[in-house]
Unconditional design. Structure first.
Length: 137
């Protein structure tokens, strides 16, 4: 698990910091905050090889409650960063597991390229981050 944002583009880093500020205000008394960012760096060649439209994958992700494109106030909505919100009814980690399970079931094709790199980002106090990469999607 990494705490380094170095793998991301400057634009993505700006979005991550914008999101972190929001969750820091929401969970100001905790060390790590429960909301999670799901970031996908699409592999366009891998999508073509699998013959899977990106729109179909986005529908799978957006079809999960408590998950929405981030930032929410831009048009068109983001197609690579999603905010997963922790709620009393659904923990963010469970929502992430549901999304990843949907993707693995829908996209599982042996000997094919992945859809891209998938990261989970959690923010903590003082702009600290926990970043993990999800494999085999």
């Amino acid at each position: 698990m990494s705490t380094n944002l170095g793998n991301f583009t400057n634009d993505t880093k700006e979005i991550i910091f914008e999101w972190a500020k929001i969750v820091q205000e929401k969970y100001n008394s905790e060390n790590y905050f429960r909301d999670i960012l799901l970031i996908i760096e699409w592999d366009e060649a891998g999508l073509r090889q699998r013959n899977i439209p990106k729109a179909a994958i986005l529908s799978l992700i957006r079809g999960v409650s408590d998950c929405s494109p981030f930032p929410a106030n831009v048009q068109p909505p983001s197609n690579f960063i999603f905010s997963v919100v922790d709620t009393p009814d659904h923990q963010a980690h469970q929502t992430i597991n549901n999304i990843l399970s949907r993707l693995q079931v829908a996209l599982s094709q042996s000997n094919k390229a992945s859809l891209g790199r998938v990261y989970l980002v959690m923010a903590g106090k003082n702009n600290s981050f926990r970043i993990s990469e999800v494999l085999n999607i």
